[in-house]
Design a protein around this ligand. Structure first.
Ligand SMILES: Cc1ncc(COP(=O)(O)O)c(C=O)c1O
Length: 382
């Protein structure tokens, strides 16, 4: 048998020619400017122990869920977690999925129906786009964070008796760290009778008084149709939740295939989510430290005359545009030799000539790590 069908081998060849070939690498221990573990919670022993405690208190010392949530997998701490999440996020209901990817495909494949229209920011995450592709609704992208462009498109495709309109954005964009204009988007969705969906993957645990996300920081939670919170980033664990009305939860439980046809998260994942949120509820000091580091990083960009290379950002994600896959990979490699883990983001993940080094900031990055990496960058940047 051939190792690989010819078409696939050819496609892989093209990837290599474009200098965009991906491979799985072991993590080497470098200074972390690349993970989404913004608060360092992924390796918190305290959370590990709290999660274990929750499991033993609930007699749930199990390795696996044993089935889909609709069959045998809906162990009792799911209710505990979903009630906690709904209350913390001021939402009528919460529905946990196995990952943010699953939540987005499960939501967008089932909620917008034939005849409906979805408007999405051109930079939304691949999981949202994949979900939209799986749906029978029509879809149009609007220019990144451009409410004027969205308005033109909304006018051209108004809501009717038989069609609903959905608007989707990320509150903090994963590839450039920019904020979405959430106030304007909320206003527009109300004006045009649309349902607004906000992916808060990079905002939860970072914004809001206790890490509730940007929607709650702006007090928009009751004007947004659905929010997606992922647990693999600032919360440092795994899974995701969709926040919305009780009716939306009932609908998703009945029709969202990525929730129905998969084995549920194991109990220890759900217990870890509860433990993290108990810490958020008490007020987690790392969030404040992360904000100080974001301010410090921006000061250092000015001091080192690097501002012009970076996309303006007040979030934990900062992107330095370095056009060309080869060039951006080389600089990332040189930074790694100096001990810094900063990932190159290549085209086609981002558009050509917008390739970038993505700096993810953390509560645990020290000031000397930040000054160190930016000093090196000034020497490497062409
Ligand atoms: C904006 C956004 N949404 C959704 C996801 C998917 O989340 P998960 O990693 O939990 O599948 C990601 C992860 O990269 C993301 O950045």
């Amino acid at each position: 048998m051939q190792e690989l069908p010819l078409k696939l081998a050819k496609t892989l060849g093209i990837r290599k020619q474009q200098n965009a070939f991906r491979s799985l690498k072991q993590n080497v221990k470098l200074i972390d400017f690349s993970s989404n573990d913004y608060l360092g919670l992924a390796s918190s022993e305290k959370i590990y122990r709290q999660a274990h405690h929750i499991l033993s208190n609930n007699t749930l010392l199990k390795n696996g869920a044993t089935g889909s949530r609709l069959l045998s997998g809906n162990h009792k701490i799911y209710d505990l977690a979903e009630n906690f999440l709904a209350e913390f996020h001021h939402s009528a209901a919460a529905l946990i999925y196995n990952s943010g990817y699953d939540a987005n495909i499960g939501f967008f494949a089932s909620v917008p129906k034939r005849g409906d229209v979805v408007f999405y920011d051109e930079l939304v995450h691949a999981s949202i786009r994949d979900g939209i592709i799986m749906s029978n609704a029509k879809s149009y992208k609007f220019k990144h964070n451009d409410t004027e462009d969205l308005k033109i498109k909304l006018k051209r495709n108004p809501k009717s008796e038989t069609s609903e309109i959905y608007i989707v954005t990320e509150s903090v964009f994963s590839m450039d760290g920019a904020f979405a204009p959430l106030n304007e988007l909320t206003g527009l969705s109300e004006e045009y009778g649309a349902f607004l969906i906000v992916d808060e993957a990079h905002a939860s645990g970072v914004f809001g008084e206790k890490g509730e996300g940007l929607v709650q920081q702006l007090q928009l939670q009751h004007r947004v149709f659905a929010r997606l919170i992922t647990f693999g980033k600032a919360p440092g664990c795994h899974g995701a939740v969709i926040l919305g009305s009780k009716g939306l939860k009932e609908y998703l439980v009945n029709f969202s295939r990525s929730l129905i046809y998969t084995t549920a998260l194991p109990p220890h994942s759900v217990a870890t989510i509860i433990a993290v949120y108990q810490n958020f509820q008490e007020g987690f000091p790392g969030i404040q430290q992360l904000h100080q580091n974001i301010i410090f990083f921006n000061h250092q960009l000015e001091k080192n005359k690097l501002v012009k290379y970076f996309i303006p950002s007040k979030s934990a994600v900062h992107s330095c545009i370095i056009p060309g896959n080869e060039q951006v990979k080389k600089i990332a490699g040189d930074l790694a030799k100096e001990g810094f883990d900063v990932k190159p983001i290549l085209s086609p993940t981002v558009s050509k000539n917008r390739e970038r080094l993505r700096f993810c900031l953390h509560s645990f990055n020290s000031e000397s790590e930040i000054t160190g990496v930016l000093k090196k960058l000034t020497k490497l940047i062409p």
